[in-house]
Design a protein around this ligand. Structure first.
Ligand SMILES: [Zn+2]
Length: 439
């Protein structure tokens, strides 16, 4: 009895070692892969190409074209992707890995009650579900009270400790004093509240905060150009023009682009005039203000899904059943105006407000509100890579680019909702989702 049990354990141990070494070798970045989807959408132009193949060598794209023209070396591993379309790995330019949906827990409660250690573990889990959804790059716009923990999550991903997308992080984000939550409005004035971002007043503090955050690992500087600071809690600009200019100039001098949260027309306009690189939300921006974005080459992330989600949570909106809410209509108007004017529109969803791994909802919302499926795909690939200043590394399927790729069942270049069904994900030549492993 005892002997047979021991033999069983030994066999199990051998199998386990064998299994581990197999899966470890499957994750090696070295080697050649031949990907054989039904079609390839490269990000160059709009058409998807039937019967094309992509060859990967040592983490980079070696060749792309009709199967007959792609010569794979003898040892290349073949991945058949029947019924699927291969695209560049998708990019979401506005995420919060340290938040989870507000219908699970309100933002105030997440920031005030969840320990930073726990939030960091949550962020790791969120990073994994994001990557497996086909999103190989995120710009994460602020930890919302979790300090510099995003820098550690990025490091753990880069070192291969945990699976996740490439991260461009903003660390703590910068707000004007007493102009961001939790509170102070609605809380008794004699308690010290843990802030959702770093508070500054005056040019000196603004410059110091940019330098601190950059030194600790911020790739982008995130600022809040307006917030609910009006006398009745309405949205109004927070920083003075001098503070805005100090923030932007200091960031630019040390090579950090600036993303601004701005929802009001005045807030957006002031930020663009100060020289920010991207505007987030922009729901209240006028046509004249969007023309200013176009003139300055300022990018715009519409975050339509954040509005959909908060409408569901707090305004009884039921998708497909109820009329769009007033805030949804306002966001749609802004998006359509930006599209008409020809502003550079990047895919940025504000995921975290809604569930990580469902980032596809933003391209789908952009198509619902007026983009073609290929416009939305560009916004989430080559256009987003350009906004990140990473066009030479990823965002398109072309020889020499990093092998960041995703495949979806169906054809998202004609039916954007097909982005819901990833069947293959590769980042830097390492596959993270393959058809055999698809649940
Ligand atoms: Zn956000």
């Amino acid at each position: 009895m005892r002997t047979s049990l021991m033999i069983w354990w030994q066999t199990a141990a051998v199998l386990l070692i064998l299994f581990c070494s197999l899966s470890a070798s499957a994750a090696t970045p070295k080697g050649d892969w031949l990907l054989l989807p039904d079609r390839v959408w490269t990000g160059n132009g709009d058409a998807a190409h039937d019967g094309w193949a992509v060859l990967i060598h040592d983490g980079a794209i070696a060749a792309v074209g009709p199967i007959a023209t792609v010569n794979a070396p003898a040892g290349a591993r073949r991945v058949e992707l029947p019924g699927a379309t291969l695209t560049p790995g998708l990019i979401d330019l506005h995420s919060h890995l340290f938040l989870h949906p507000y219908n699970e827990m309100l933002w105030n409660d997440q920031v005030l009650t969840e320990p930073q250690d726990y939030r960091t573990l949550e962020a790791a889990a969120h990073a994994k579900s994001t990557l497996l959804a086909g999103f190989t790059t995120l710009r994460d716009l602020g930890t919302e009270g979790a300090g510099y923990a995003d820098v550690s999550v990025k490091r753990a991903i880069d070192e291969g400790l945990i699976p996740g997308p490439r991260l461009f992080v903003a660390t703590r984000a910068i707000v004007a004093t007493a102009s961001y939550g939790p509170g102070p409005r609605g809380f008794r004035p004699d308690i010290e509240l843990h802030g959702g971002a770093q508070e500054v007043s005056g040019v000196d503090q603004a410059m110091a905060a940019v330098r601190e955050q950059a030194a600790r690992g911020a790739d982008w500087i995130k600022i809040y150009g307006d917030y609910r600071v009006g006398p009745d809690g309405g949205t109004a600009p927070t920083f003075t023009p001098a503070e805005l200019k100090a923030l932007v100039d200091t960031a630019h001098q040390i090579g950090r682009p600036v993303a601004v949260h701005a929802a009001s027309d005045a807030g957006v306009r002031m930020a663009v005039e100060a020289g920010v690189d991207s505007v987030e939300h922009g729901y209240g921006a006028s046509e004249a203000t969007f023309r200013l974005l176009k003139q300055h080459g300022t990018a715009y992330e519409p975050t339509l899904t954040a509005v959909d989600a908060t409408s569901e949570y707090f305004q009884h909106y039921v998708p497909g059943k109820s009329e769009p809410t007033a805030t949804m209509k306002e966001a749609e108007r802004a998006f359509r105006t930006a599209l008409k004017v020809g502003v550079i529109i990047g895919n940025g969803s504000d995921v975290g407000v809604f569930a990580h791994g469902t980032n596809w909802r933003e391209p789908a919302a952009m198509v619902r509100d007026g983009m073609t499926p290929t416009q939305a795909l560009h916004a989430a690939t080559d256009v987003a890579a350009k906004i990140l200043r990473q066009s030479q590394h990823f965002g398109r399927i072309a020889p020499g680019m990093d092998a960041d790729l995703a495949a979806f069942s169906g054809d998202p270049s004609t039916r954007i909702d097909d982005l819901q069904h990833p069947v293959f994900v590769m980042k830097a030549g390492i596959p993270y989702l393959t058809p055999a492993a698809t649940p």
